[in-house]
Design a protein around this ligand. Structure first.
Ligand SMILES: Cc1cc2nc3c(=O)[nH]c(=O)nc-3n(C[C@H](O)[C@H](O)[C@H](O)COP(=O)(O)OP(=O)(O)OC[C@H]3O[C@@H](n4cnc5c(N)ncnc54)[C@H](O)[C@@H]3O)c2cc1C
Length: 550
């Protein structure tokens, strides 16, 4: 089902002319999950996002769906249990995006190790139990020689053994977009580049809508809704502070940074999860992905621009120091870093001041006197549970029960695999269809990995892209992004509909002009607009490439 610029105009028109049951502010994964759940319950629901979908934290994570093995150190057993069970559900509903892998926890005999020879095994066992992991995926132990094979160049001093355990790889932005596409199919009216700028009130001073600004046209208009949900992640306080009554600040965003290097510079064979080696109780993920390896993350309290949290020299120094401790022969420097990204965790301020890494990742819902429902905290992995809790709160606020639904059973767009079949069963014949349509096997496979069962709709764009100078795979996905995923500009496409800007940076110079031409032809952009869009993309590329630190 199309989700295009035309759909956007229709949705905006609809939002202006109808009273909603629910308006969600924020098009990250939290807002997306709520919109999907509400639309499945047949509520009249709208969602507005002031930037592009997932442009906040939901495209800037470690890109895992994980239960948080580390949280077991803080005895957050309930959190881990809830989140760990979600992994299999999300995989089942979006198997093309969320994929199970055995990850490696190397165990060291060293000062302040997060997991010791003794505790590692207990933690892995508990992690499996809490996540109700099936037998084939349960943890196993490997020798230090095997660890060296899996992670060539890893520090050998003090290495005792390794634990292989289940977690899931993810594409955060694509997961968010898939949830939104599914919500759209269920009837939610969603739009990007529309910002909430103030609240509307009834005679009893209760919020009954939102004043919004369309950032594409500059127009402002009112949207009326019986309940308004603030799902703005790191912006939650800003969104709460727009109310008439003074609100205490509740959020404590912390910044996390990741860097991408060529896989040959850090040739790990699977995801590694290890202490930084800096005795700071922090851990690093080192993750192979599409010919690259990325690693992170930092966790530092953050104040400043929420839209573009800058990567600093300190971030570079810290992560390079940590990675070079863990992989002493790698000698990674800034010159090895191809790209990086930085995101803000939407954490809720704890009563007592703790180390940022110790702040719980639990979510919390608070309702203001004026009736604004705010959902803060949480992780990508528990978006569905956050939506469930939010909908319960809304139903009790409205004192009305809507349709009972179990979102665990809703396949996300692209994940509609027939019962009894696996994603791999789908891939083989789909690749053949792609090859018959003129794609190489590799390109067909890439598109299937990105779009899952939506691949067939992607192929429908073949005629439209005949004139494109992009390689056919890229031309097809750009066309699809414009027609089915509301990509309005080059950055939406290269950063959040596909991950080319972060994980295939070296191709960006060659892709830029042909992509601009294809988009300009589709949207009928004039010279001035084209120039502006080109400059915007170049500055996004420079940010990702850390140009100002070189
Ligand atoms: C470094 C890092 C690594 C992480 N790794 C993982 C991981 O591997 N796995 C995992 O499960 N979780 C991970 N997380 C946590 C996870 O990414 C976040 O919890 C999640 O993405 C938050 O989503 P959200 O929708 O609440 O916030 P966001 O994604 O930030 O969405 C909020 C949206 O609200 C919009 N908005 C703000 N104000 C307005 C307004 N006035 N009008 C309209 N829209 C507005 C913003 O533009 C934004 O897009 C990580 C987080 C970080 C920072």
């Amino acid at each position: 089902m199309k989700l295009s610029a035309e759909t956007r105009t229709e949705n905006i028109d609809w939002l202006q002319n109808n009273q909603l049951d629910l308006l969600v502010i924020g098009g990250g994964i939290t807002g997306a999950g709520i919109a999907l759940h509400a639309s499945a319950k047949k509520m009249a629901v709208g969602l507005i996002e002031m930037q592009d979908f997932a442009a906040g934290t939901s495209s800037r994570s470690t890109k895992l769906v994980h239960g948080g093995l580390r949280y077991l150190k803080n005895f957050e057993v309930e959190l881990v249990a809830n989140v760990a069970r979600e992994r299999a559900i999300i995989h089942h509903n979006a198997p093309h995006i969320v994929q199970p892998r055995k990850m490696l926890l190397p165990v060291y005999d060293e000062q302040d190790a997060s997991f010791t020879d003794f505790s590692a095994e207990i933690a892995l066992q508990l992690y499996d139990q809490l996540g109700e992991v099936s037998e084939e995926w349960r943890y196993s132990l490997i020798t230090k020689e095997e660890v060296r094979e899996e992670a060539p160049g890893i520090k050998e001093e003090g290495l005792l053994k390794g634990g292989l355990y289940l977690d899931y790889l993810n594409d955060d932005a694509r997961l968010t977009i898939s949830i939104l596409k599914t919500a759209h199919q269920q009837g939610a009216k969603i739009t990007n580049y529309v910002k909430a700028v103030g609240y509307l009130y009834d005679e009893e001073n209760r919020i009954n809508g939102v004043e919004v600004a369309d950032k594409e046209t500059g127009e402002t208009f009112s949207v009326y809704a019986r309940v308004v949900v603030n799902a703005t992640g790191p912006w939650s306080d800003e969104t709460r502070h727009m109310q008439k009554n003074r609100q205490e600040s509740r959020m404590l965003p912390t910044k996390g940074v990741h860097f991408v290097v060529d896989h040959s510079r850090l040739p790990v064979k699977r995801t590694i999860y290890t202490d930084t080696g800096l005795q700071d109780h922090r851990m690093l993920f080192i993750i192979p992905r599409n010919g690259k390896t990325y690693f992170g993350t930092t966790d530092t309290p953050y104040e400043g621009d929420l839209v573009d949290p800058k990567i600093t020299q300190e971030d570079v120094t810290y992560l390079l120091e940590a990675i070079n401790i863990r992989f002493p022969g790698a000698n990674l420097t800034l010159a090895d870093i191809e790209t990086g990204w930085s995101g803000l965790r939407p954490l809720i301020q704890p009563e007592d001041a703790k180390d940022p890494s110790d702040i719980s990742r639990e979510h919390e819902i608070f309702i203001s006197e004026e009736g604004l429902v705010t959902i803060g905290g949480g992780k990508l992995t528990d978006y569905r549970l956050m939506a469930e809790d939010t909908l319960k709160t809304i139903e009790s606020l409205l004192d009305k029960k809507f349709l009972e639904v179990d979102t665990a059973t809703i396949h996300l767009s692209g994940g509609e695999i027939k019962a009894g079949y696996t994603f791999n069963d789908y891939c083989e014949p789909a690749i053949k269809i792609g090859v018959a349509a003129g794609l190489s096997e590799t390109d067909a496979r890439t598109l299937i990995d990105w779009y899952g069962t939506d691949f067939e709709s992607v192929l429908e764009g073949l005629d439209a892209v005949k004139k494109s100078r992009l390689p056919v795979k890229d031309a097809l996905s750009l066309q699809y992004a414009m027609q089915y995923e509301m990509a309005l500009n080059l950055e939406d496409y290269f950063l959040r509909r596909v991950e080319t800007l972060l994980f295939d940076y070296n191709r960006m110079r060659a892709l830029l002009m042909p992509a601009l031409e294809q988009m300009a032809a589709h949207y009928q952009w004039g010279e001035e607009k084209q120039q502006k869009e080109k400059e915007k993309l170049i500055s996004a590329m420079e940010r990702a490439h850390l140009t100002d630190l070189r």
